[in-house]
Design a protein around this ligand. Structure first.
Ligand code: XUL
Length: 527
């Protein structure tokens, strides 16, 4: 019998499933469901609830639950051998939080397969919506937590990151300050990843070290809840947080809800889900120190693997746990694919192919034209007031603006990743936009590094499937090596390598100075 493992990915805009046949080293199923299109009644835009305050970004947890029902129904309809799946793990957009009341644990343990998940989950939340990673409304709470922990450097050293607006701790503090009664009614707080795992397992799931590190609440070195950070965040928080766990520690079998309703193997094991970035790191095979990847998704992220924990003194970057052991360093740029889309649409460009062709009509360096695409408040560099800034760039020139946004995104990665001290031999490109050769050409030239692609752009879901396989093998008493687990799944596509062009690379060595000066000028303007 084939050894099948399922990886799910609950991202900002969609829910995806990847199933691997472990022995044959093959992805045998790959499907995505876009939230806005599949479930329009929730009224989300790109997976987020519209709000007049541009800093407030929430999503409905029931949308994610309904999407899970729909995706399982789709897999069943597609004839997927759900009864043969041995284990399930998953990935979730990081930092977002879901608030359960005291009825949740019982409701999860008794999910009734004759009803929908949404019907089963009525009345179990102490907060109707979940703040997600795009939210920037907690600057005051960040300042309070940072002060209590001893400043930027000390906060990063203890929790892996400076206090960030989207991180779960500052979000919990804001909830406690603004809705103290609802906070008091909260019995358990979940991340998006542990919320989804709780549904699949039918019990409150633990938080894994990878995603736990994105909360400003975990002691990054000891991998336990950090007492000082909990105290600085909200009262009684220790009681409301689930345990932290290694991603290979089984939670239990799947809830009978999924077995009865969709024919999932009733003894299939559920493993702790992790954040999309830690899962992507596994999904591109980042398991040895010094490897690096760039993910081009709703957010763009640049991450590398490291054995020992080294944090960013300046407080721009993050350290998360790596499900394959050790740590990953990461910087996150909020203005990723949605910003590229805004430029594409502003110039009436019909397709990404046309966008790429326009980029190629302009020379590397774009004749000095620079665009700072802060359509949304930005994370790196920290920008609280959104705005677009052009330097030596004609707003009417469509091709120059397309080239400018991609160059700015790559230059920003190069500039702000210096603390990571990773000088990789090559960069793995992943995420939806990594299929776009024009973007990868700019990436290779700006980073002055070979760029490689793996077969599947859904690296987070693939990483989750590999985590399920690894966990299952551990449970079976085998001592699987991560190199062996990922082998064959994360090999680069033959011929996909893009080598930097030495002349273009020299141009960017010069342009990075101008880019940095433009950033300083724009930051001074936005305050
Ligand atoms: C990482 C981050 C985003 C989210 C959504 O810190 O905020 O990458 O994980 O993808």
């Amino acid at each position: 019998m084939a050894k099948l493992f399922l990886g799910l990915d609950s991202s900002t805009q969609s829910l995806s499933a990847v199933i691997i046949d472990y022995e044959r080293r093959k992805v045998v199923y790959d499907k995505s469901l876009n939230f806005d299109q599949a479930l329009p009644s929730y009224g989300t835009q790109n997976g987020v609830l519209p709000n007049p305050d541009p800093l407030l970004k929430h999503s409905p947890p029931l949308l994610w639950a309904e999407a899970l029902d729909l995706l399982f129904a789709t897999m069943k309809k597609d004839g997927v051998a759900l009864g043969e799946i041995l284990a399930v793990s998953g990935s979730g957009q990081q930092h977002g939080s879901v608030y359960f009341n005291s009825r949740a644990a019982t409701a999860l343990a008794n999910l009734d397969s004759r009803k929908s998940l949404v019907e089963n989950l009525q009345g179990i939340f102490s907060r109707a919506t979940a703040p997600i990673w795009m939210d920037s409304s907690t600057a005051a709470e960040c300042a309070e937590i940072r002060k209590a922990l001893g400043g930027v450097k000390a906060t990063a050293e203890q929790t892996g990151s400076d206090a960030f607006e989207r991180f779960t701790g500052p979000q919990i503090r804001k909830f406690y300050k603004t809705e103290p009664e609802a906070y008091a009614q909260t019995a358990s707080i979940a991340l998006v990843s542990s919320f989804m795992a709780s549904l699949v397992a039918g019990k409150i799931a633990p938080i894994d070290y990878g995603d736990g590190a994105g909360m400003n609440l975990m002691d990054i070195r000891k991998k336990i809840w950090h007492a000082g950070a909990l105290k600085a965040t909200a009262p009684d928080l220790a009681k409301k947080l689930p345990p932290l766990a290694d991603s290979s520690k089984v939670i239990g079998p799947v809830s009978s809800y999924f077995a009865k309703k969709f024919g999932l193997n009733p003894v299939a094991q559920v493993f702790p889900w992790s954040g999309d970035n830690p899962c992507s790191a596994v999904g591109v095979g980042l398991i040895k120190t010094g490897m690096a990847a760039i993910s081009l998704g709703t957010s763009d992220t640049y991450f590398g693997s490291m054995t020992n924990c080294r944090t960013d003194e300046q407080g721009e970057g993050h350290v998360f746990g790596l499900p394959a052991g050790g740590y990953m360093s990461l910087i996150c740029f909020k203005n990723g694919s949605l910003a590229r889309e805004k430029i594409r649409d502003a110039y009436g460009i019909k397709s990404w192919k046309e966008f790429g062709e326009l980029i190629a009509t302009k020379p590397p360096g774009n004749n000095g034209g620079i665009l700072l695409p802060w359509f949304e408040a930005e994370i790196v560099p920290r920008v609280n007031r959104p705005g677009i800034h052009r330097f030596d760039l004609d707003e009417k020139d469509a091709a120059a603006n397309c080239r400018a946004i991609v160059e700015a995104q790559m230059l920003s990665k190069r500039l702000h990743a210096q603390w990571m001290k990773v000088t990789p031999d090559c960069i793995y490109a992943t995420g939806g936009a990594s299929n776009d050769p024009a973007l990868l050409r700019v990436m290779a030239d700006v980073m002055n590094c070979h760029v490689l692609r793996i077969e599947i752009s859904k690296s987070a879901a693939l990483g989750a499937a590999l985590m399920a396989a690894h966990g299952w093998l551990v449970q079976a008493g085998e001592k699987p090596k991560w190199e062996t687990v990922v082998a064959g799944f994360t090999d680069p596509i033959p011929g996909s390598e893009i080598r930097p062009n030495p002349e273009a690379a020299k141009t960017y060595d010069r342009l990075i100075e101008k880019y940095a000066a433009c950033e300083r000028e724009a930051l001074a303007k936005t305050g």
